[in-house]
Design a protein around this ligand. Structure first.
Ligand code: PNW
Length: 502
C-alpha cells in the first residue's frame, strides 16, 4: 500500500511544482534590458577628436594578443548605426538599455581640461533616441577603456586616478544626468585589476601579480567612492537618480557540507569579488579580514618587508562605506569548490582553492562559460546573505555561441537564468531588473569576434554590418511581453516587428 501512495504524492508534487513555476510572473515594474559597452560596439575609434583607449592601443600595437587579430576600430559601428540599435531595442520591447560611455571620446586628453563636443553630442543622440521610445538609459562610466594617455601616467597604479575619474564623472553627470537616472561607476573592478594589472588577460596586460592588482584595487575603490559622493552631494539632489557599482559574481557551491569546504567557499568569494564589494556594502567597511591576513602571511613568507595589501584607513573606510545605491551583478557561470590546500610557495591563496566545473554542464564557445544549474540563484542568494536587503540589478548575463541564428542553447540558458530570478524574487530578494548580455554580437576583448553573445547576429565581413535577430531575440521578446517564461513558445517566423506602444 505504502509504495503507490508515495509514488502518487511525488507525481502530484512534481506536477504542482511545474504548475506553480509556470504560472509565475515577473512583477509589473520589473525592468528588462540589454547591456553593451562602448569599446565593444561603437567603432569610430578615432572619429573627431577621440583619442586611443588602452584597448585601441593594445589591438594596434600587439594584434597577436587578440585571437583573430581583429580590433574594435569599426566593431558594430554603433557610432553611426545607433538608430538601428535603438530600433532593435524597440523590437525586443526592452524597458531599459545599459551602455557605457568612452572616457577617451568625452575627454580626449584623459584629463578634464577639454571636453569633446562631438563626444558629448554622440551620447546625447543615443540618450535622446532611446528616451523617444520610453527606454530608460543606464550609463556605465568605465567599461575597461581607459584613455591611453592616462595609462602612460600609470593608470590605476597612480593614486591621482581618483581625481581624474571624479573629474570625468563630473562631466558625465553634468551633461547627461538631466535625462539619465541610473549610473554605474565601474564595470567589474576585479576584471580591471586582476586581469589587466595582475595578469595578461585584459589590457593593459601588465602582469604585476598581486602587487599591481592590489594597488589598482585600492585606487579604483577610492575613485568609485569619490564619484559617488560627487553624485550624491551635488547631482542627486537636483537630478534625483541613483549611482552604483557593478561586479562579476560567479556562483561557488561547496562540494560537501564540511566546515573546511565552506571556509574555502568563503575565501574564494573574498578573492573573486567580495574584496571589491565588502569595503562598499559591508557593515564595518574595509577589506575582508581573512583575505588581509592571508595576504599578510604570504607577503612575509615571500620576503616582502610589508604586506602587499593593507586595509583602508578608518577615515577611508568611512568614506567608502555605503557608496552604492544598488548592487549591480554581472553573472555568467560558477564552480564547485572542493577545498583549500595552502602551500607556502604559491603567491596567492586564491590559486590554492580547489574548484571544478561539472563536465555535464553545457559548454559555451567561451572556454570559461558553462551553464551551471541554479548559478544565478546561488549568486543572488550569496549577495543578499552577505549584505542584507540591498536593491539588486542583474547588469549582465549571457551565453556565447558561434555564428548562426538557431541559438537554442542561448534560449535554454536565458530561460534557466530567468527562472533563477523568479526563485530569488519568491524568496524576497530585491531584484529590480535584468539586463541580458548582449543586444548584438560585438568585439569580445581578447577573443575578438570569435565568440558571439548577441540577440542579434552580425556578419563582421559584411560592410553594412546588418543586424539579424536570432531565435533567442524572439524568445526574450515574448518573455518581456508576457512577463512569464513559456517553454512551449516558438517563434512562427524569424521576421521581427515593433509592437504597438514601443
Ligand atoms: C563580462 N566570470 O565579463 C564583461 O563585462 C563583458 O564586457 C564581456 O563581453 C562579457 O563578460 C562576456 O565575456 C565577465 O567570472 C567577467 O565568469 C567575469 C566573468 C564572465 C564575464
Amino acid at each position: 500500500m505504502k509504495i503507490p501512495v508515495l509514488l502518487l504524492c511525488s507525481v502530484v508534487a512534481v506536477t504542482c511544482a511545474v504548475k506553480v513555476k509556470r504560472s509565475r510572473r515577473f512583477p509589473k515594474h520589473f525592468i528588462f534590458g540589454t547591456s553593451t559597452a562602448a569599446h565593444q560596439i561603437e567603432g569610430a575609434w578615432d572619429a573627431d577628436d577621440k583619442s586611443e583607449s588602452i584597448w585601441d592601443f593594445l589591438a594596434h600595437n600587439n594584434p597577436g594578443a587578440i585571437s583573430d587579430q581583429s580590433n574594435g576600430d569599426i566593431a558594430c559601428d554603433s557610432y553611426h548605426k545607433y538608430k538601428r540599435d535603438v530600433e532593435m531595442m524597440r523590437e525586443l520591447g526592452i524597458d531599459s538599455y545599459r551602455f557605457s560611455v568612452a572616457w577617451s571620446r568625452i575627454l580626449p586628453n584623459g584629463l578634464a581640461d577639454r571636453v569633446s563636443e562631438a563626444g558629448i553630442a554622440y551620447y546625447n543622440n543615443v540618450i535622446d533616441e532611446v528616451l523617444k521610445y520610453n527606454i530608460q538609459p543606464m550609463i556605465t562610466l568605465y567599461h575597461w577603456d581607459l584613455p591611453q594617455k592616462l595609462q602612460d601616467m600609470g593608470g590605476f597604479l597612480n593614486p591621482l586616478i581618483v581625481d581624474w575619474f571624479a573629474d570625468y564623472a563630473r562631466v558625465v553627470f553634468d551633461n547627461f544626468g538631466d535625462r539619465v537616472k541610473t549610473f554605474i561607476t565601474f564595470n567589474e573592478a576585479a576584471q580591471v585589476c586582476h586581469d589587466g594589472y595582475g595578469s595578461v588577460t585584459k589590457a593593459p596586460m601588465l602582469n604585476i601579480t598581486d602587487v599591481g592588482e592590489f594597488i589598482c584595487a585600492k585606487n579604483l575603490i577610492l575613485a568609485h567612492a569619490k564619484a559617488y559622493h560627487l553624485y550624491n552631494d551635488e547631482f542627486k539632489p537636483v537630478q534625483g537618480g541613483s549611482c552604483g557599482f557593478a561586479i562579476a559574481v560567479g556562483a561557488a557551491q561547496p562540494v560537501t557540507d564540511s566546515k573546511e569546504v565552506h571556509h574555502a567557499v568563503e575565501l574564494f568569494n573574498q578573492f573573486q569579488w567580495a574584496m571589491y564589494t565588502d569595503p562598499i556594502f559591508s557593515k564595518d567597511g574595509g577589506f575582508p579580514k581573512e583575505l588581509l591576513e592571508l595576504v599578510a602571511q604570504k607577503s612575509a613568507a615571500q620576503g616582502y618587508p610589508r604586506t602587499k595589501l593593507s586595509d583602508f584607513t578608518e577615515e577611508e573606510k568611512a568614506y567608502i562605506r555605503g557608496t552604492s545605491d544598488f548592487f549591480g551583478v554581472n553573472h555568467y557561470t560558477g564552480v564547485i569548490v572542493t577545498g583549500w590546500k595552502p602551500a607556502a610557495t604559491s603567491s596567492m591563496a586564491y590559486v590554492e582553492i580547489g574548484r571544478t566545473q561539472d563536465k555535464d554542464w553545457p559548454q559555451a564557445v567561451s572556454y570559461w562559460l558553462r551553464q551551471m544549474p541554479k548559478s544565478l540563484y546561488i549568486a543572488l542568494n550569496v549577495i543578499q546573505k552577505r549584505y542584507g536587503d540591498v536593491p539588486i540589478y542583474v547588469t549582465e548575463n549571457g551565453w556565447s555561441t558561434r555564428e548562426g541564428i538557431e541559438d537554442d542553447e542561448r534560449v535554454d540558458y536565458y530561460r534557466d537564468a530567468l527562472e533563477d530570478v523568479l526563485d530569488a524574487l519568491d524568496e524576497g530578494i530585491d531584484v529590480r531588473g535584468y539586463y541580458a548580455w548582449s543586444l548584438m554580437d560585438n568585439f569580445e576583448w581578447l577573443a575578438g569576434y570569435t565568440e558571439r553573445f548577441g540577440f542579434y547576429e552580425i556578419n563582421f565581413d559584411d560592410p553594412e554590418l546588418t543586424r539579424i535577430p536570432r531565435k533567442s531575440a524572439f524568445i526574450y521578446k515574448q518573455i518581456i511581453k508576457t512577463r512569464e517564461i513559456d517553454y512551449d513558445y516558438q517563434p512562427e517566423s524569424y521576421v521581427m516587428s515593433i509592437d504597438a506602444g514601443h
